[in-house]
Design a protein around this ligand. Structure first.
Ligand code: ZN
Ligand code: ZN
Ligand code: ZN
Length: 370
């Protein structure tokens, strides 16, 4: 609770810096980050009205109010009845703000109605206020990311150990098993389970399909879900391991060695004070030097928290400097189109004592079902 209070304080301070008078938070991660409550994505609006200098109020459909846990100390709750006009109530509670930050994922139909009810206000995305704050995780959040990472690790361990059969099964079937195992290990939901086999391993965001996995193939498995510690907001896992079903092409082995070195170097280099673009560059230099530069076609990583992808992004052009508490993926990949590819991904948290990995599963190439 004290951490949640600290989040409200940080938000109000930054609202002052950006001269934002009121935040209107509905769908997306800001609301659960502050209140522990995630709005249902329905036509009945749920919205926290958070004025800079006054008490915050959560407007919630009366029938969903029993789901909200609050002692009233950080925000009060105002359930609205089916016959009331919630947007008019929200606009009234907002007062007459000159600048409003509204959740990035607020439905357009709600935003347009609110804009006409608050015609004199300037609007900006709430992420302008919240995103750099949410990017720096507190202790509770780091513990949640570690718990999610440990659960995903148990699934990855089963993959590397050959417990999850691959040969003769479709990618979609293996994907479904990865998802079931994520839930069995404690995730509340599965966010994705990419399985790319053979030539599909060279397609980074491959949609697992009906292809049968054969012997001697690379299989990229990238999966993650959302796990809740206690009643708090859920935090995401995201891990990639690439295995081979039998002895691979020697060129694949070489590619994999380069990738493993790049991933390790970038993770090790993700220290407090290093820029996000430098983390990307550390991995990329190694891949470039091996002649695979053109085959590493995405940024090396993304921030992670309540959302699977959030600030900070580890990409050329982002000169933001890592601070203790930044949580992000380190996931270089090398993809030779039409042939094979590989990716290795862990979640890492920057800390004063050095980068803390949330994933501990072996990086060495595992030949399964040999
Ligand atoms: Zn991933
Ligand atoms: Zn990722
Ligand atoms: Zn091992």
């Amino acid at each position: 609770m004290s951490e949640r209070r600290a989040r409200f304080d940080r938000v109000r301070r930054r609202m002052g810096e950006l001269r934002v008078d009121c935040l209107l938070l509905s769908l997306g991660a800001d609301l659960p980050w502050l209140t522990g409550y995630e709005a249902m994505p329905l036509e009945r609006i749920t919205m926290l009205v958070l004025p800079r200098d006054e008490e915050a109020t959560l407007f919630v459909p009366e029938l969903e109010a029993p789901r909200v846990a609050t002692d009233g100390s950080l925000f009060r709750m105002r359930p609205w009845k089916e016959t009331e006009d919630p947007l008019a109530l929200i606009a009234h509670a907002a007062g007459s703000p000159s600048r409003i930050g509204v959740s990035d994922r607020t439905w357009a139909v709600h935003l347009l109605a609110l804009r006409s009810l608050l015609p004199g206000s300037e609007w900006l995305p709430a992420s302008r206020v919240t995103s750099p704050l949410r990017a720096v995780k507190d202790r509770t959040e780091i513990a949640a990311l570690q718990a999610a990472g440990a659960a995903a690790d148990r699934v990855a361990t089963a993959l590397l150990g050959g417990e999850i059969r691959l040969i003769g099964r479709t990618e979609a079937d293996v994907s479904a098993e990865l998802g079931r195992r994520l839930v069995d290990e404690g995730h509340a939901k599965v966010n994705f389970a990419i399985v790319g086999s053979g030539p599909n391993s060279a397609s980074p965001h491959h949609e697992p399909g009906s292809r049968l996995i054969g012997p001697g193939e690379a299989v990229v498995c990238d999966f993650g879900g959302t796990l809740h510690l206690d009643d708090a907001a859920g935090y995401c896992s995201d891990i990639t391991r690439t295995v081979v079903t039998g002895e691979p092409d020697p060129e694949f082995r070489h590619l994999y060695d380069v990738l493993e070195e790049a991933q390790a170097a970038a993770s090790k280099g993700a220290t407090v004070g290093t820029s996000c673009e430098e983390v990307d560059a550390i991995g990329r230099r190694i891949i470039d030097a091996a002649g695979f530069g053109g085959a590493f076609i995405h940024r090396i990583g993304h921030g992670i928290g309540i959302e699977e992808h959030e600030d900070p992004y580890m990409v050329a052009g982002n000169d933001e400097v890592l601070v203790s508490g930044h949580a992000f993926s380190v996931e270089p990949g090398i993809y030779l189109r039409g042939r094979f590819g590989a990716r290795i991904e862990d979640i890492v948290v920057a800390a004063d004592e050095g980068p803390i990995p949330c994933n501990m599963v072996d990086h060495a190439l595992h030949v399964v079902e040999a």
